[in-house]
Design a protein around this ligand. Structure first.
Ligand code: ADP
Length: 257
């Protein structure tokens, strides 16, 4: 913070006091707000054509399934996967912009968390052939939460486990019911996170510097958003890791009384 101090003078020009102005803070806040508005606007504009592109491709895909053209069918599947990825990124930006402007909406409903985890693993398996995902379930767990947002937390943790661990490695997802909460974990056998980076991975736009040098793409918003979503549900999110020996991301949610 830079404080600017200027003299306060009376009508005769005599100094009668000093005024301190913390100009920096407001300017920085305005900058952030402009950046945030811009991100929100761009993402919103991009989402409309992308949604219709997705719908067109889905129709074409359904038609192609009736034909014998395996090459085109394969190309269509790849296009669908890429559209899903891009939609995920844009939704991330939209959510971050809504969050920053206090407009994030949590639509809670009752559902079975284990069923959602299985759904998200099955969906991830469609796009990932490089890793094996193993799930240790805990039976039906009824929770009161925003299903779409929980789905995005799970997708984020699973896709990070894939992104930050070598091909062929195992990813273990587990679910454990305690007294009043349910705990989910996603464990990978990847590069891990150094102790000095670990406390920051949930910060907005934070990326461990080596991920840049290894050309792993990302914006550093997935974990920040996941943490905000979990906190909005009265839950907790944290990570344990050893550099070079993999990471485990956990989150817990209160159970419905
Ligand atoms: P992104 O992956 O898009 O950069 P995230 O917010 O999801 O953004 O993650 C923030 C950072 O935390 C990543 O850039 C990476 O450095 C680190 N990270 C996240 N998940 C893992 C993981 N499973 N293993 C190692 N590092 C991770």
């Amino acid at each position: 913070v830079s404080l600017s101090i200027s003299p306060v003078k009376d009508p005769q020009g005599r100094i009668i006091g000093l005024s301190k102005i913390a100009r920096d803070i407001t300017e920085r806040k305005l900058d952030e707000q402009r950046k945030n508005d811009f991100i929100g606007m761009v993402s919103h504009e991009l989402k409309t054509p992308l949604t219709s592109l997705g719908a067109i491709i889905q129709v074409a895909d359904a038609k192609l399934r009736q034909s014998e053209d395996t090459f085109l069918a394969g190309a269509m599947q790849k296009a669908i996967i890429q559209i899903k990825r891009m939609t995920g990124m844009i939704n991330g930006f939209l959510n971050i912009s809504r969050l920053e402007s206090g407009k994030i909406q949590i639509d809670k409903a009752h559902f079975d968390l284990q069923e959602l985890i299985e759904e998200m693993i099955a969906e991830s398996e469609l796009t990932i052939s490089s890793h094996t995902i193993r799930f240790q379930g805990c039976g039906a767990v009824r929770i009161l939460a925003d299903r779409d947002k929980m789905a995005s937390v799970l997708t984020n943790l699973i896709s990070n486990a894939v992104k930050y661990s070598p091909k062929g490695k195992l990813i273990e997802v587990s679910c454990e019911v305690n007294d009043r909460s349910v705990q989910i974990s996603v464990r990978d056998q990847g590069m891990g996170i150094k102790p000095n980076d670990l406390p920051h991975v949930f910060d907005r736009y934070y990326r461990v510097s080596t991920t840049h040098t290894q050309h792993i793409s990302g914006f550093g918003i997935g974990l920040y958003l996941s943490a905000e979503i979990i906190r909005h549900h009265g839950g907790d999110i944290w990570a344990e890791s050893q550099s070079g020996a993999g990471s485990t991301f956990y989150f817990s949610l209160p159970l419905v009384e």
